[in-house]
Design a protein around this ligand. Sequence first.
Ligand SMILES: C[C@@](CO)(OP(=O)(O)O)[C@H](O)COP(=O)(O)OP(=O)(O)OC[C@H]1O[C@@H](n2ccc(N)nc2=O)[C@H](O)[C@@H]1O
Ligand SMILES: Nc1ncnc2c1ncn2[C@@H]1O[C@H](COP(=O)(O)OP(=O)(O)O)[C@@H](O)[C@H]1O
Length: 275
Amino acid sequence: MTGRQTEAFAPAKINLALHVTGQRDDGYHLLDSLVMFADVGDTVRLRDAPEVSLEITGSRAAGVPADRRNLCWKAAEAFGCPVAITLDKHLPAAAGIGGGSSDAAAVLRAMEALYGRPSPVDPLTLGADVPVCMVGHAARMSGIGDHVLPLFMAPLHAVLVNPGVEVSTPSVFKALSCKENAPMSEMPEGGGPAAALVWLSAQRNDLQAPAIALQPVIGDVLTALGGQTGARLARMSGSGATCFALFDDLKTAKAAATDLQKAHPAWWVAACTLR
Ligand SMILES: C[C@@](CO)(OP(=O)(O)O)[C@H](O)COP(=O)(O)OP(=O)(O)OC[C@H]1O[C@@H](n2ccc(N)nc2=O)[C@H](O)[C@@H]1O
Ligand SMILES: Nc1ncnc2c1ncn2[C@@H]1O[C@H](COP(=O)(O)OP(=O)(O)O)[C@@H](O)[C@H]1O
């Protein structure tokens, strides 16, 4: 053991729009999604060790598997070097914000830094969301998640809310009645946040209706977010249950987050900036 160590941030992944455009023969769905990343997230710390191990700390550690089932562990094994991992978990799990996928991408990035060589891992083998999480900033994701086009986008300010119900991604895809929907319309080039908001308002999350059917509280979250002063758009991320609302500035987002947390003490609420 040489004692080398490093850490990496694992930001929450937000699907600002998520269109399901088809289904492959193997059951995986074809997606067209605008993804951005928040300045709230988990942190992974890695150090050289004789074998892979994982300790989970943080406010959202409870219930997250601390063994080979964890995507951090899978990422380290796939990279092929033994490391002791500490995952400082702050994002709710099974929440549509890519917690496990972003953690896995952070482990691969940290291992690249620790060992001074590029990751040999095809991120798709760890999960459909891992390729976009390797980019870690605004991107258009398509295919089943394997095509990722990095984008330059102005930062957006948001409030994230999770009502504390876990949602299984396969169950939501299964509950989706129409699998062949229109892709996103052409994205504006330039125009900043105002143009992005107008464009986003005309897009959808096709998984939102089936997720609400499975967990009606998601509808309550969207109503609460949409009713906040200054909320420009409220929508669900990924397969849920986390929803977001967009605001013109961080100050207004923070005020909305304070109000929401006061009204719903059991909900996970975070004001953030998306990039
Ligand atoms: C829906 C999305 C949108 O970004 O986000 P989350 O809600 O998970 O955050 C992702 O596509 C989720 O990615 P990820 O969670 O990595 O998926 P995987 O582990 O590869 O797959 C879990 C299951 O989801 C379904 N799945 C996933 C991706 C995809 N394009 N089509 C699918 O049908 C399949 O049933 C698969 O068995
Ligand atoms: N590092 C991790 N963080 C959270 N959950 C993980 C992790 N690794 C594996 N899991 C498992 O993956 C499941 C989905 O979690 P997560 O990746 O947060 O959800 P989502 O796919 O909705 O974004 C969890 O229920 C948990 O059992």
